[in-house]
Design a protein around this ligand. Structure first.
Ligand SMILES: [Zn+2]
Length: 376
């Protein structure tokens, strides 16, 4: 093939208006070159070049350089062969590149998301590690760092809920309760970075993000009768983290593509979805099965850490008397669920199974924590 051989295609580059342009592509010594109609010429060296297949047809060849952002692509006949010949890549390497290189580029998140879906629909037989065997198997094979990455993406949701309460009486109390509960977890579950922030918000609620970041809303602190009730809700939230419900929910609702990406430790595609809004709902809109699991696991944790397990059904019972303004809004299945009574009944039925550890003694006072937050 001579230097003169050229292909119609295009280029993505941040310097272009709209980020992309049509281009004529040529293979040079050491690099592939894309010349746009307006004159400028862009190059990608063969070294470090990755090949991805995609597009609606599945036949668009994307060439991605090692440098961030620049992609040269063409659907022209013979283009992939030319790349392989000049760049020295094999089809196998190209396929590997397809599965590992999906959607790294956040700028083009949505478009690539579609491309990834199309590509993976064709490659589904290649997907390893039991994705077809179920979400749980896939999640189990993902490192815990994936939870943390997912949680980081949603971390702004905590500050969005309200101003942080810095008063050490409230903040230290909440973290001490967390630490007491975490101390009774099996060692592998203690690896998450459990950190709670007290947030000024009248709703009686708390929530956890994957990886261990949590928010305790001051409304809950105000309405709880004792430390055991606060601990009951936090134990429930910690269980969402250790049972990886956020990640499971993401994989379940976004499907195989997101699952595969997360499996590869790549959260950029998920980030693109989260960027479209409703982040917290996407993560914390758990299934009833997950809520029931968090209740059951949370109750055992609560008891083992030396809190009163009866505080859990008692707190949910108390929620029934809340004003509408204090009701949790869509974050968590705390009080608005139609099956609230059956939830309380299920928790009471579990009480005899809860093995209570040595009574928890807190250095920080619940009464002072409560007094430290605003509200009536
Ligand atoms: Zn929950």
């Amino acid at each position: 093939m001579g230097e003169a051989e050229q292909f119609d295609g295009g280029i993505f580059d941040a310097s272009l208006e709209g980020g992309r342009a049509a281009a004529v592509i040529r293979f040079r010594t050491g690099c592939v070159e894309a010349r746009v109609a307006s004159g400028p010429c862009y190059e990608l060296p063969y070294a470090g070049l990755r090949i991805e297949l995609g597009g609606h047809s599945g036949r668009v060849v994307f060439l991605r350089g090692a440098a961030e952002g620049r992609v040269i692509f063409s659907e022209a006949k013979g283009f992939l062969e030319a790349v392989r010949e000049r760049g020295g890549m094999t089809v196998e390497a190209a396929h590997e590149a397809v599965t590992s290189g999906i959607n790294r580029d956040r700028r083009r998140g949505r478009g690539l998301w579609l491309i990834a879906a199309v590509v993976l629909a064709g490659l589904v037989w290649l997907i390893p590690l039991g994705l077809r065997a179920g979400v749980d198997g896939a999640v189990a094979s993902m490192p815990k760092s994936v939870d943390a990455q997912l949680g980081e993406l949603a971390a702004m949701e905590i500050s969005r809920t309200g101003p942080t309460v810095d008063d050490p009486r409230a903040a230290a109390f909440a973290q001490e309760v967390v630490d007491k509960l975490v101390a009774v977890l099996p060692p592998e579950e203690r690896e998450y970075a459990f950190k709670i922030t007290v947030v000024e918000n009248a709703q009686v609620n708390a929530f956890a993000l994957p990886g261990g970041r949590m928010a305790l809303l001051t409304g809950l602190l105000k309405r709880a009768d004792n430390a055991d009730m606060v601990a009951a809700v936090i134990a429930h939230e910690i269980s969402h983290v250790t049972k990886r419900h956020g990640l499971r929910h993401m994989v379940r609702s976004l499907g195989v593509v997101a699952g595969l990406q997360l499996l590869l430790g790549d959260v950029s595609g998920v980030a693109a979805v989260l960027a479209q809004g409703a982040t917290l709902a996407v993560i914390t809109n758990y299934s009833r099965d997950h809520e029931s699991e968090a209740d059951a696991v949370g109750m055992q944790m609560l008891a083992k850490a030396g809190f009163d397990p009866a505080a859990m059904p008692a707190f949910f019972e108390k929620l029934k008397s809340l004003d509408a303004s204090e009701m949790p809004k869509g974050l968590e299945w705390i009080s608005t669920h139609p099956d609230h009574d059956s939830r309380i009944a299920a928790l009471r039925a579990l009480l005899p199974t809860a093995e209570r550890g040595k009574a928890a003694v807190l250095k920080n006072s619940f009464a002072e924590a409560k007094a430290a937050v605003k509200g009536d």
